[in-house]
Design a protein around this ligand. Structure first.
Ligand SMILES: N[C@@H](CCC[C@H](N)C(=O)O)C(=O)O
Length: 276
């Protein structure tokens, strides 16, 4: 069949967005890998689907698949593109949109300057719920990897993240250590790996090796997790500008009991159809 899609990106973290409200198709892992393939398909970091919600009082169901074919719980840059997509396609006229994800309900709001503000929900710091093997919750954890003792932060934004503090993101061993940590046995569902350089209390640089993809130009949940880790460790203020290779995000977290708020851009690149 001919599947209609829209190619989008949030700071260079790119997506193939498939509307499964106005067309019917059952996407299987091999379809996801084909769509995501940069040589034999369209090419993207994640495939996002727009679906009818299964719960009351929610506008849409938002599903996320990594390029390798696995379905995941959450995607921050994707959430901003999702909001742009449903408005541009006139699937809703609402300014504030509620969507269900595998990680729970999140709220998306289009701002007057065409950015999208996302209420990402509360971060999870309890190791059991990340999931991460540790005796008890702590600001940082000792973790052995690649023959080194690392001190890391661990946070879930619905999906699991480990955050390392580095002197300089430019020279950080993102590919090498990212690949090792992604499948570290203490993260039973694997993990996204963030390398954070604190510039001052309101600014960080960040590179993320994403689970199921590799390094991407930006990771929205990774930015939220890094800021939560930095605030928990007493290094950052409540509002932080996160500089990623693909651009900048603003992250706000007022501490335990509060949701993380992410604000940033979302862009459409092109539309097409693919025989699948
Ligand atoms: N790019 C995303 C995160 C996508 C999912 C992630 N790779 C995972 O496996 O959890 C973002 O912007 O948050």
């Amino acid at each position: 069949m001919q599947l209609r899609f829209t190619k989008m990106h949030g700071l260079g973290n790119d997506f193939v967005v498939v509307d499964l409200i106005t067309q019917r198709f059952r996407l299987k892992p091999h379809h996801i890998r084909r769509l995501a393939d940069r040589h034999f398909g369209i090419g993207c970091d994640q495939v996002l689907t727009v679906e009818i919600p299964t719960q009351p009082d929610v506008d849409f169901r938002y599903r996320i698949y990594n390029a390798e074919g696995s379905e995941v719980e959450q995607c921050g840059n994707g959430a901003r593109c999702f909001a742009r997509f449903v408005r541009d396609k006139r699937l809703t006229g609402k300014q504030k949109i509620k969507v269900e994800t595998l990680a729970g309900i999140i709220e998306l709001e289009l701002t007057p300057n065409r950015h999208v503000r996302v209420d990402m929900g509360e971060p999870i710091l309890d190791p059991k719920r990340i999931p991460f093997t540790a005796d008890q919750q702590a600001q940082t954890y000792a973790l052995e990897a690649d023959g080194q003792q690392l001190q890391v932060g661990a946070v879930s934004m619905g999906n699991p993240h480990v955050v390392l503090n580095v002197e300089d993101t430019t020279s950080a061993p993102v590919d090498h250590l990212g690949a090792i940590l992604e499948s570290h046995p203490r993260f039973p569902q694997r993990v996204n790996v963030g390398f954070m350089q604190v510039l001052d209390r309101q600014h960080i640089r960040l590179r993320v090796f994403e689970r199921g993809v590799g390094e991407t130009l930006a990771c929205g949940t990774g930015a939220c997790a890094a800021v939560v880790a930095g605030i928990t460790q007493g290094k950052l203020d409540e509002t932080v500008s996160v500089k990623l290779p693909g651009g900048e995000l603003e992250i706000h977290w007022a501490g335990p009991g509060n949701a993380v708020i992410m604000t940033g851009p979302a862009a459409t690149v092109f539309e097409g159809q693919i025989q699948i």
